[in-house]
Design a protein around this ligand. Structure first.
Ligand code: SF4
Length: 231
């Protein structure tokens, strides 16, 4: 299966309404311009809605300077207090403190030192950081290299990959990432790779919902194993 230009146009029509507001885009641009801030934002987003992630981030930003030095010195319970809008805030507070200390001890607090390595080496180093798994590593890499090189697989992407029949239930992160990347006509998407990957994610989230997927209105139904086997 490959996403055709027609399907991409349809995705643009259907899902652009779900795209972030200008204010949200601006805030994310500011966060993602600093890899450490993006790391903290991504840790806060784990198992948490977009709205609560932003609330937790803003509150943390009001209490602390978001850099490895300040957060490694902060009391864990104060970090937890600041981010309690998001779920699992105690666990996340511990991760934030640990990752800040690790970066301070190993990279002078500078995540950008890791990101200067080539993509594969950077990915390996990122995965050594406390609290950083495949998804978080790819979010950070994608902010630099784009989704074509660092395609982010989260729970929505995993679900749609399985339903489409691209991978089976037991597939690991790398397999899912590889198979999903193959459906994008990257050569034809120059300059809008991340936009199209984002639209596809919106389809996975809002149409290919975990419960009661809206298959009848899905633009991918003719290529979807789940849909075709349910008919
Ligand atoms: S047809 Fe249904 S299961 Fe398949 S991708 Fe679309 S929403 Fe998901």
């Amino acid at each position: 299966m490959k996403l055709s230009e027609e399907k991409i146009r349809e995705m643009e029509k259907i899902y652009s309404g779900y795209w972030w507001s200008e204010e949200e885009e601006e805030e994310y641009r500011e966060i993602s311009s600093d890899p450490f801030k993006l790391l903290i934002f991504t840790i806060l987003s784990q198992n948490t809605s977009g709205i609560n992630t932003r609330r937790a981030y803003r509150s943390l930003n009001e209490r602390f300077k978001i850099d490895a030095f300040s957060l490694s010195k902060a009391e864990e319970h104060e970090i937890a207090e600041a981010i309690r809008h998001g779920g699992l805030y105690r666990v996340k507070a511990r991760k934030i403190k640990e990752v800040s200390k690790y970066l301070l001890e190993n990279y002078e607090g500078r995540l950008d030192k890791i990101l200067k390595m080539d993509v594969e080496k950077a990915r390996k180093e990122l995965l050594k950081l406390p609290g950083v798994g495949n998804k978080t590593a790819d979010v950070i890499l994608a902010s630099i290299y784009g989704q074509r090189k660092a395609f982010v697989v989260d729970t929505h992407m995993r679900r749609i990959a399985i339903r489409l029949g691209l991978v089976n239930e037991k597939a690991n992160y790398d397999e899912i990432e590889k198979k999903l990347k193959e459906i994008f006509p990257w050569e034809k998407l120059k300059g809008k790779e991340d936009r199209v990957a984002g639209l596809f994610w919106l389809l996975a989230k809002h149409t290919c919902r975990a419960i009661n997927p809206k298959c009848e209105e899905c633009i991918l139904k003719e290529d979807c194993r789940f849909y075709l086997t349910q008919k």
